[in-house]
Design a protein around this ligand. Structure first.
Ligand code: ACM
Length: 547
């Protein structure tokens, strides 16, 4: 019972239990109806109990699960009381009630995560307990790279459920990259007709000699996106779309060669990229390119409405790893630099990003980008995903920008989880479950006012070497459970964190992940079918660079 993940602020255990039976009702107060529907759906599937939903009368009722809003709590705070008067979950908003309902599910035991009852005759009980809880950070995220390897829509919905079970609330969808364009844009059909698939794929790190000659592709239709956004909103998760510009754009250039630097390379002969790394083929920094992407973003804004969640006003425009080689060689780019009176190619990138910063702000939206976007100065509302360590986040916070901390040295889940040779396609530094558990999102050098700029943190799942759900699950879990606790719980300083207690709670949590069908890395190492013998990775030895 005290095995909750992420750990709540306070748990006071009682001595009895509330039985769930054929007579148990879910009673919903005003504003909690949707949470009641969600709770009924998941608990009915798992238990087979009818659990009818009715109005909350406010009366104590030992056979009910009551849901209510409470004015005294913050939007994501909740209080769960299980006692002689039944179970009552109060939240500061529907989001808080849902978060409390996630805790209720954990209290019911691992089988509460199944989609059908495994035994009809078993008893279901919620131990008597009072849980008072609320998050440390507002932004508790997961970035899924669905561009390098496409994750079919059902997989995204599944990850939304997995996030919700861990009290995460922002899904950052990396929808476009050199290796694939994954979102239907009606006015530019070739983005998906041409850009959403590649003929073959490099298997392993780019230095690997192996290829998979099976074509790889897929994209979300606009209705798929609407479904994903609505499904996430029901679980109080905001979806932040990323359209990566001006680098990481070869798939778009393959579809529309005029988007590339055609005075430098034969862009008409480019195909969707089939290997990994930083790509020289970047967007041409022209007014026509800006107009094209305004067209893309107009559809994106429509598909990702600003009112779908607290972070729904954000649109991520990438901005990372844009090679400047072609811009240096391109007459068109050089003319643009001089027409705009800019100093150099870096200033040209800042102009490009700055355009979308103002364009989004004028539409009531907020730009977020990788920390490279700081290099040219930003409009006040823009926010930064700090990935190249902590430095970008520190600079951004000091300049008055909101920050999401996701340093690659700590929370890039493509990095290997152990040093052993059996880790599949080992990439980067060894980042164990304990390393992630001891990750601190707020840099110590920030002042109190600057610290308030840290919206929160997210783990990033880059999928170059994760070709299917099994690989994504393996890299993401169990470390996402540690990230969830870092994002949610009021943990002490990294060295003082009780990892032994976390591991103890993980013993119960692995049973939940089993019931959810998650192919996590077992604590003892990869199972034989989770290994990828003979596929070259890129392990980096030694500790990651100091912060
Ligand atoms: C990134 O990892 N290029 C954001």
């Amino acid at each position: 019972m005290t095995e909750l993940i992420p750990a709540p602020r306070s748990v006071v255990a009682g001595s009895g239990e509330v039985r769930l039976t054929g007579r148990t009702r879910i009673r919903v107060g005003r504003g909690t109806e949707e949470v009641g529907d969600w709770l009924r759906t998941v608990l009915r599937q798992a238990t087979g109990l009818p659990l009818p939903v009715g109005r909350d009368s406010g009366d104590a009722d030992e056979e009910s699960i009551a849901l209510a809003l409470s004015a005294g709590l913050g939007p994501e705070e909740y209080r769960l009381v299980s006692g002689p008067a039944g179970v009552r979950i109060e939240g500061g908003s529907a989001a808080g009630v849902l978060l409390g309902a996630q805790t209720l599910r954990q209290l019911l035991g691992p089988d509460a995560y199944r989609r059908a009852p495994v035994r009809r005759d078993r008893a279901w009980a919620v131990p008597h307990v009072t849980v008072e809880d609320g998050p440390r950070f507002r932004w508790r995220g997961l970035m899924l790279d669905v561009a390098r390897h496409f994750m079919p829509k059902d997989g995204v919905l599944r990850y939304i459920d997995l996030m919700a079970a861990h009290k995460l609330n922002v899904l950052h969808l990396h929808l476009t990259d050199d290796q694939g364009w994954r979102i239907e844009i009606k006015r530019y059909p070739k983005l998906t007709e041409v850009g959403s698939w590649r003929a073959r794929t490099k298997v392993g790190h780019r230095a690997s000699p192996l290829w998979d000659d099976k074509p790889h592709g897929g994209h979300y239709t606009q209705d798929d996106i609407r479904e994903i956004v609505a499904y996430a909103a029901e679980r109080h998760i905001s979806v932040v779309p990323e359209i990566d510009v001006p680098g990481h754009s070869q798939a778009a250039i393959a579809a529309y060669p005029e988007l590339g630097n055609s005075d430098v390379v034969d862009t008409a002969s480019l195909t969707v990229w089939d290997t990994w790394g930083i790509n020289a083929n970047v967007l041409a920094p022209t007014d026509d390119t800006l107009r094209f992407y305004e067209g893309v973003l107009e559809e994106v804004l429509d598909l990702f409405p600003a009112d779908a969640g607290p972070f729904s006003p954000f649109v991520h425009i990438g901005g990372d790893e844009c090679s400047k080689d072609q811009w240096r060689e391109s007459d068109t780019a050089q003319k643009q630099i001089s027409n705009l009176g800019l100093a150099d190619e870096d200033a040209l990138q800042a102009w490009f990003i700055g355009h979308f910063d103002s364009w989004l702000a004028a539409r009531g939206r907020r730009l977020i980008g990788w920390d490279e976007i700081l290099e040219g100065g930003l409009a006040p509302g823009a926010a930064v995903s700090s990935w190249r360590g902590y430095a970008g986040g520190v600079t951004a916070a000091r300049a008055g920008h909101d920050v999401v901390m996701c340093p690659e040295q700590q929370v890039y889940l493509d990095h290997r989880q152990a040093a052993g040779p059996e880790e599949p396609v080992p990439i980067g530094y060894v980042r164990t479950l304990e390393d992630v558990y001891r990750f601190e999102p707020v840099p110590a050098e920030l002042t109190a006012a600057e610290r308030a700029r840290v919206l929160g943190t997210q783990a990033n799942v880059w999928t170059e070497v994760m070709e299917d759900q099994g690989r994504v699950d393996y890299q993401t879990f169990p470390r996402l459970a540690a990230l969830a606790e870092v994002a949610w719980s009021d943990l002490p300083a990294p060295a003082d964190r009780d990892f032994t207690d976390f591991e103890r709670r993980m013993t119960a949590h692995y049973r939940r992940l089993d019931a959810l069908g998650v192919g996590y890395r077992p604590p003892t190492g990869p199972l034989p079918w989770q290994q990828r013998p003979g596929i070259l990775g890129r392990p980096i030895d030694g500790p990651p660079p100091a912060r």
